[in-house]
Design a protein around this ligand. Structure first.
Ligand code: ATP
Ligand code: MG
Ligand code: MG
Ligand code: MG
Length: 479
């Protein structure tokens, strides 16, 4: 079943059951606490918290999501994309646990001929919050699952909240068993690939207070109006239904791998390290296309920096596959071509998307040409002093690469680690800080008699510091 078809089945199923179809919001998060839209519920946060009254009792969407938190997993696990689509059904003070579970079970295991997904009921496992006897009873009654296939989990895994005072509640996650060739029997285990998490049902029924830890936080009491928030990973369902091994091999992603094969002359499936690179390329190119499509441009901070990093990582992965020539002119159109069935605006904007992506590739190629030799010399001399595993690249070298050759620190870290060399990041950060202090002192000295009180105060409080990218901090991803 093609991905576009699963998405359509989803929307139709919930529309037929009284849900209003709400178009995907932008990847630029409508909620200020995250850079990107990281889940289907993000556009609905004001309704969940009760700040605003929802215009509908029931809604459904297929939301574009970006989770940079998962970037290191990409290509290595079977199921993490930096970009993915989250199917969601939502109830705002309307139906609750019973119906949410019943819909989920019916949609997953109902017949393909009735517009559902047709998964074998024997392959479904679920988790519930260990104190949520109600959910356990409903799963037994509605789905006929045995106790073994309804596994209990603690607060960290199966209790959702935003981390601060506000709505919270137990959740129930749904897994599909891929069979004994993928690992040990016995139910979902974190970070294993036998049981694939496809859907998370969140039952918002409590209000939590500030404080506590992920394993234990204070609950103030029941919510006046209970909500349902669910998220099903479209790509995960697609890869399971398409009979392929992972989410990078589905119809919306694999064509980019095919182009990477053609450009590199390498065969996907032959060497694991090359396969990971091809999957990274296919994932990152798609994310870049979707981000540019939503108006983001490469830059040195915030969202633009994430986009820049995705493009640069793709270009590097192509180089490691042996492709020295520009690769994006072939990769980007291949991704647009498959994604535009669901996102027609990508087709209309394809020239613009391509030219922004290509300009970034060109800029990066110039940086690489200038800096790689310097980096390799520095890595070589670190290795000759201490050998792999122990060698450390000095902060001064990392700083020079950054300052003179425009090598971002994460690229230096990545390239050094490929040679088994670590980087003295503390010394690098100290040098960066010193440079900033110097720059600010210079700027102040240029002003007449330090009359700019606001700038001075900002300096005192640190508020005047340039915006620095502090890693991938949109960490409010749910359990
Ligand atoms: P995982 O434990 O596999 O990292 P999660 O628990 O972080 O997933 P949720 O926050 O519960 O995921 O999101 C709801 C659903 O969205 C998941 O059940 C999964 O199907 C899908 N999903 C989450 N993260 C990704 C991702 N990076 N790529 C593809 N699908 C994802
Ligand atoms: Mg989950
Ligand atoms: Mg999970
Ligand atoms: Mg996760």
């Amino acid at each position: 079943m093609r991905t576009a078809e699963i998405r359509q089945r989803w929307l139709t199923y919930f529309e037929d059951r009284g849900h209003t179809v709400v178009p995907s919001a932008s990847l630029v998060s409508p909620d200020p606490s995250t850079l990107f839209t990281i889940a289907g519920m993000v556009p609905f946060i004001p309704y969940m918290t009760g700040q605003q009254t929802a215009p509908w009792k029931r809604a459904t969407s297929v939301q574009k999501c970006v989770r940079t938190l998962d970037i290191e997993e990409v290509g290595k696990t079977t199921r993490h994309g930096t970009f993915f689509q989250m199917n969601g059904n939502f109830s705002f003070g309307d139906y609750f646990k019973e119906e949410a579970i019943a819909y989920a079970w019916d949609f997953i295991t109902g017949s393909v001929d009735d517009g559902k997904l047709g998964f074998d009921p024997e392959l479904v496992w679920v988790t519930v919050f260990h104190e949520d006897d109600e959910a356990r009873e409903i799963w037994k009654r509605v789905a006929g699952l045995t106790d073994e296939r309804i596994q209990s989990r603690g607060m960290r895994d199966n209790f959702w909240s935003t981390g601060a005072r506000g709505p919270a509640g137990p959740c129930s996650e749904i897994y599909i068993d891929r069979g004994p060739e993928y690992g040990a029997e016995g139910g979902p285990v974190v970070d294993e690939d036998r049981y694939i998490e496809i859907w998370n049902l969140v039952f918002m029924q409590f209000e939590r207070a500030d404080g506590g830890t992920k394993d234990d936080f204070p609950i103030l009491g029941p919510l006046a109006s209970r909500n349902i928030d669910t998220g099903m990973g479209l790509e995960r369902v697609a890869f399971l239904l398409q009979g392929v091994d992972n989410m990078y091999e589905i119809d919306e992603v694999f064509p980019v791998i095919e182009v990477a094969q053609r450009l590199s002359g390498k065969t996907y499936g032959a060497v694991e390290a090359d396969d990971v690179r091809m999957r990274v390329v296919a994932d990152h190119i798609r994310s870049a296309v979707m981000l540019i499509g939503d108006g983001i441009r490469p830059s040195n901070e915030g969202r633009g920096y994430v986009l820049r990093r995705l493009i640069r990582r793709s270009v590097r992965a192509m180089r490691l596959l042996g492709v020295e020539e520009p690769a994006l002119p072939a990769l980007v159109p291949a991704s647009i071509e498959v994604m535009k069935a669901s996102y027609p605006e990508l087709g209309e904007g394809s020239d613009r998307i391509l030219s922004i992506a290509l300009a970034e590739e060109e800029a990066f190629r110039r940086t690489l040409t200038a800096g790689t030799t310097i980096l390799e010399t520095a890595v070589g001399s670190a290795l000759s002093t201490s050998g792999p595993g122990k060698a450390v690249l000095g902060g001064a070298e990392a700083f020079q690469l950054h300052d003179t050759y425009g090598f971002p620190i994460d690229l230096t870290l990545e390239m050094a680690s490929e040679h088994g060399v670590t980087v003295d990041e503390t010394a690098f950060r100290t040098l960066m800080q010193e440079q900033r202090t110097r720059a600010r002192a210079d700027a102040l000295a240029k002003r007449s008699g330090g009359a700019d009180k606001a700038a001075y105060e900002a300096l005192q409080t640190g508020l005047g510091a340039p915006v620095e990218f502090l890693g991938y901090t949109d960490t409010t991803a749910r359990s």
